[in-house]
Ligand binder design. Structure first.
Ligand code: FES
Length: 235
């Protein structure tokens, strides 16, 4: 059990929750969270937004009963954390773009922070897309060289993939697929790394609840991912 330090409402259905947690985490990993005994049964997979060695933060969207329960938790309440789980984004150097849509922006915060800290010469540009209201603009500005925000349009229109050595993306699958096609048209599809979202039951590779097809056969998003090379999933 972990104690909740803050659980702030950012917009109509987005929240940022910080909890006590001192385990080491890697960019792109997630936790299975639960704050109930029996019902709604399954824990919820939530991406890590940030970590400082003593706390971990989660940016989440209220989309159903489980996340609704999270949104009603108060400071000092406890939550069950299972994790950190999954593979991390690759540690790369160079000029890196991060492209996020909706709640998919969450893992890109820690990813940008980590890539910048690997080598001061690394450059990180972040492109965030929102359907109605921009979130955490000032926070993302602190961890990148350039921040581009798109509200109500297509964030994939804003990026020129050829400018980058690597591109990390997380968001709706259709957004990531459009970005993949854009990278492919520019001949740089091998530079795109995606973070897949999936429904999950166990979160640890035991139930086949999160299987996705890849060029290397069926893989489990929770254990083999959530980070994949885009080519593996979209070819
Ligand atoms: Fe059970 Fe991935 S959620 S195998």
């Amino acid at each position: 059990m972990a104690k909740i330090i803050s659980n702030e409402k950012l917009s109509k259905d987005f929240y940022l929750m910080k909890v006590e947690e001192n385990r080491e985490v890697k960019m792109g990993q997630f936790y299975m969270l639960r704050a109930w005994e029996h019902y709604p049964t399954l824990s919820r997979p939530i991406s890590i937004y940030d970590s400082d060695g003593e706390t971990v933060s989660f940016l989440y969207k209220v989309i159903g009963e489980g996340t609704e329960i999270f949104s009603n938790l108060d400071v000092g309440d406890e939550i069950t954390l299972q994790g950190p789980l999954g593979e991390s984004f690759p540690e790369v150097n160079g000029k890196v773009a991060m492209v996020g849509g909706g709640v998919g922006i969450a893992p890109l915060y820690l990813a940008a922070k980590n890539i910048k800290s690997l080598d001061p010469k690394n450059k990180v540009d972040i492109y965030l897309g929102f359907s109605d209201v921009a979130l955490l603009e000032d926070e993302y500005k602190k961890v990148c060289d350039n921040l581009s925000i798109n509200v109500g349009g297509f964030v994939t229109d804003d990026i020129n993939p050829e400018e980058y050595d690597y591109i990390f993306t997380c968001g709706p699958e259709i957004m990531m697929k459009v970005l993949y096609e854009k990278c492919k048209a520019a001949g740089v599809e091998d530079r795109l790394v995606i973070s897949m979202e999936s429904r999950m039951a166990c979160g640890v590779g035991a139930c086949f609840g999160c299987t996705c097809e890849t060029t290397g056969g069926n893989k489990k998003v929770c254990k083999d991912g959530p980070i994949f090379k885009a080519q593996e999933v979209f070819e």
